[in-house]
Ligand binder design. Structure first.
Ligand code: CAO
Length: 460
């Protein structure tokens, strides 16, 4: 009595030369009866050829992308006979019981993407992007991402082989949420693995977020192999970049941003700045437009208290702040950090200029302390030293607005009678639309521009 059998392609209807799209076993693998061996895909359906008995795959006669027809040998199986004879198994093998996989999937339990225990949170704080752990309130998207809920749309049957469905079931993955990278969007093993990895790490590619009680659901990027198209090099992100990536993503998705743009005529301010630049240099720092912006920001926050606020933990109460601490985004070789200048209402232009120079030097030397980056009311992100005409900065939750600064330029401005050359500074205010209405956002930014246009008004 032979101990091995040949497993053949069963009756698959009128089809011949069907492509093998998956090989699910390797030589030496132990299989159980009904375990899938290969997956075939015709124009009409996808089928799996199962093992007729338990045993060990001694020889594999097909490989990926081969084409097969009824009767072709798939594998040689050494039967581990316990209760079943090789003859009985042989009878089953190739008998025409390839499983058609188009039956709908039962909805599965979902993978939880709860990322509340974020590794490296303290570094996120150091990066100035985690919000403030002390007065921490109102980042509605801060911690509790809800478990991903299964999509149960019966019309949407995931395109995956039975083996992949089984794999997904074992991991608790809802295939409706996985994007297939195979031909015609077929979900592959790597896609399921990438989905789980992404969900577990709460990484930027995560496809789900729960924000203010609202569950968002969008497809996850499939895994890419860029080396297929040319030479590549991999560079790990720095710790700060990894941490800030998660927070920027959360803030971008979780906060309904609107960005309002305006230009401030800083011709007179620039003359004043240049007149005082030398004195600043003598004191060891550069007097840049940014310091004037900090003062104008304080005046604007006083006038519009809702902008100097955060949403409380319940998402239904505003916490209005009576202090004026301004975060400044600083570009460092390791990534973006946001140190905070405290009590800016009590400090003059020169004092703020010196402090800004000192704190940005420490940021670049990685010498900021946790206190340096806590307690901010609003942030300013200045790209004016680099260029650009406008951009849309991302709010640094739990703050509710951020000011983006682009490069000033001379422009012809119509004064009612003639064009005059004026130095115009482009400003972009992103604000949380749940807290600040569009009209108030526009008024706030115009007010801020008006203070820059006439510095005397800062004293009012
Ligand atoms: N328009 C025209 N010129 C400007 C300007 C503006 N809006 N802002 C600055 N400048 C000039 C300065 O006067 C200075 O000129 P000189 O070299 O001739 O004296 C030069 O540009 C360089 O300024 P700076 O960038 O060194 O100084 P700053 O005070 O403007 O900014 C800091 C300090 C720390 C904010 C800045 O160096 C920095 O890191 N910016 C990047 C912030 C960032 O990455 N933001 C993006 C975050 S993502 O939202």
């Amino acid at each position: 009595m032979s101990n091995t059998i040949e497993i053949k392609v069963p009756d698959i209807g009128d089809f011949t030369d069907i492509p093998v799209i998956e090989v699910l076993v390797a030589e030496g693998d132990q299989v159980k009866a009904e375990d899938g061996l290969i997956t075939l895909e015709s124009d009409k359906a996808t089928m799996e050829v199962p093992s007729p008995a338990a045993g060990t795959i001694r020889e594999l006669k097909v490989k990926l992308d081969d084409t097969v027809s009824e009767g072709d040998i798939v594998a040689v199986l050494e039967i581990s006979v316990e209760g079943e004879s090789a003859e009985a198994a042989e009878e089953t093998a190739g008998r025409g019981d390839a499983r058609d996989e188009k039956e709908p999937e039962k909805p599965n339990e979902a993978v939880s993407t709860d990322d509340s225990s974020e590794p490296g949170e303290s570094e996120a704080v150091r990066a100035g992007l985690a919000g403030d752990p002390q007065d921490s309130p109102a980042s509605p998207a801060t911690t509790d991402q809800a478990p991903v809920t299964a999509s149960t749309d019966p019309s949407k049957v995931p395109y995956a082989s039975p083996a992949i469905r089984k794999f997904a079931r074992e991991l608790g993955v809802d295939l409706n949420r996985v994007t297939g990278s195979g031909s015609k969007g077929r979900i592959q093993r790597e896609d399921v693995a990438a989905f789980v990895k992404s969900a577990m790490s709460g990484a930027a590619t995560s496809g789900a977020a729960s924000v203010g009680g609202l569950s968002l659901d969008f497809p996850v990027l499939p895994a890419f192999d860029f080396s297929r198209y040319g030479e590549i090099e991999k560079q790990p992100l720095s710790r700060i970049q990894k941490i800030s990536a998660g927070h920027l993503h959360r803030n971008w998705v979780g906060i309904p941003h609107v960005t309002q743009h305006d230009d401030a005529d800083i011709t007179d301010m620039e003359a004043f700045r240049l007149a005082n630049a030398e004195e600043a240099m003598a004191e060891g720092f550069k007097l840049t437009p940014l310091v004037f912006l900090i003062k104008a920001m304080v005046a604007s926050l006083k006038k519009f208290p809702r902008v100097n606020a955060s949403l409380d933990n319940d998402g239904e109460t505003l916490v209005l702040k009576k202090y004026f601490n301004i975060g400044i985004a600083v570009d460092t070789p390791d990534g973006l950090v946001v140190p905070v200048l405290r009590d800016c209402e009590r400090k003059g232009i020169m004092e703020l200029g010196a402090e800004l120079a000192e704190v940005s030097a420490r940021a670049r030397d990685k010498k900021l302390t946790p206190q340096d980056i806590q307690g901010g009311c609003i942030s300013i992100s200045s790209l004016g030293g680099i260029g650009g005409t406008a951009f849309t900065p991302i709010i640094n939750a739990p703050e509710v607005a951020i000011l983006g600064v682009s490069r000033s330029r001379m422009q012809p401005v119509w004064d009612g009678q003639e064009f005059k050359p004026r130095l115009m500074l482009p400003l972009s205010l992103s604000y949380d639309h749940r807290v600040i209405d569009g009209a108030d956002g526009a008024r706030f930014l115009r007010f801020l521009c008006s203070r820059l246009e006439d510095l005397r008004r800062l004293t009012l």
